[in-house]
Ligand binder design. Structure first.
Ligand SMILES: [Fe+2]
Ligand SMILES: [Fe+2]
Length: 275
């Protein structure tokens, strides 16, 4: 049975989204101070990256090669809600994702002309993803028990609403995924976007303020990140949010070096400038 060009783009999208999920989990696993969380995050990272590998193998098996895609499932969410900037948001988003993925993979199994090798991989993924939901739910229940102010339920409600919108929008490309995923279709739009003048320091300040739950005005150039309440895991989540927003990558040494908000903002300017 032949695989269609459209299906190759869709499988490449699955592959890349699994990889994106695995990388986020791995990064958090390296930085967390919570020993129990470290175990779950490492396992989750291992499984999502394995899923990326299984999709890669499936693509090769049906006679294709994985395509480079312009966005992942995660990117769509970030465009709607901003990059998650706290552990609560990451866990909630993961929970909403995993539910969606399971439902979507079940639906994909029913699509006509699904290649048997693809169906087999879908089936395997569905089983693994159920396990992911249970550990994230345990952590969220514990968070709710500790904080007890409905913050988990509220975040869940907000992300579930966004999820429906994002999913509906992505599904509009089901029959022409290349329009969404082929980087060359989107290169022109991205070039325009990065040429537009922007208040970069203001953007960084808003991301920091949002992740700390404080107002923008409390963050001065000279404010120490530690005094603002940034612990090591928050800093990693924050750095990921900034990297995603500005399409930059910090050096590992930056995390040790940056002490104040001003230093952070100047480093973002530098990295965004040399891109
Ligand atoms: Fe997965
Ligand atoms: Fe998963």
């Amino acid at each position: 049975m032949e695989i269609s060009e459209n299906d190759l783009w869709i499988l490449s999208y699955y592959r890349e989204s699994e990889l994106a999920g695995g990388l986020i989990m791995g990064r958090l696993a390296r930085e967390t101070d919570d020993d129990d969380l470290r175990v779950h995050l490492t396992e989750h990272c291992a499984e999502e990256t394995l899923h990326a590998w299984l999709w890669t193998q499936t693509i090769l098996k049906v006679g294709g090669t994985p395509r480079r895609v312009a966005e992942t499932y995660q990117t769509r969410y970030y465009a709607e809600i901003g990059t998650p900037t706290s552990l609560l948001e990451i866990l909630t988003l993961t929970q909403v994702f995993e539910r969606r993925v399971i439902r979507h993979f079940r639906a994909h199994l029913k699509w006509p002309n699904t290649h048997p090798a693809v169906a087999e991989t879908l089936q395997r993924m569905i089983e693994d993803e159920v396990g992911h939901i249970s550990w994230v739910k345990d952590r969220l229940d514990r968070y709710e028990a500790e904080k007890g102010d409905g913050v988990v339920a509220e975040t869940m409600r907000r992300f579930t609403e966004v999820d429906q919108r994002v999913y509906d929008a992505a599904m509009r490309y089901r029959d022409n995924p290349r329009e969404l995923l082929d980087p060359s279709y989107r290169a022109a739009a991205l070039a325009r976007e990065s040429a537009a003048p922007s208040d970069l320091t203001g953007d960084v300040r808003r991301i920091v303020a949002k992740s700390l739950g404080v107002s923008d005005e409390t963050i001065l150039e000279t404010s120490s990140l530690r005094d603002l309440g940034v612990n090591s895991l928050d800093l990693v989540v924050l750095v990921m949010a900034i990297e995603e927003r500005f399409r930059i990558e910090f050096d590992p040494s930056d995390l040790e070096r940056l002490r104040t908000f001003g230093e952070l903002a100047r480093r973002v300017h530098e990295l965004a400038g040399v891109r």
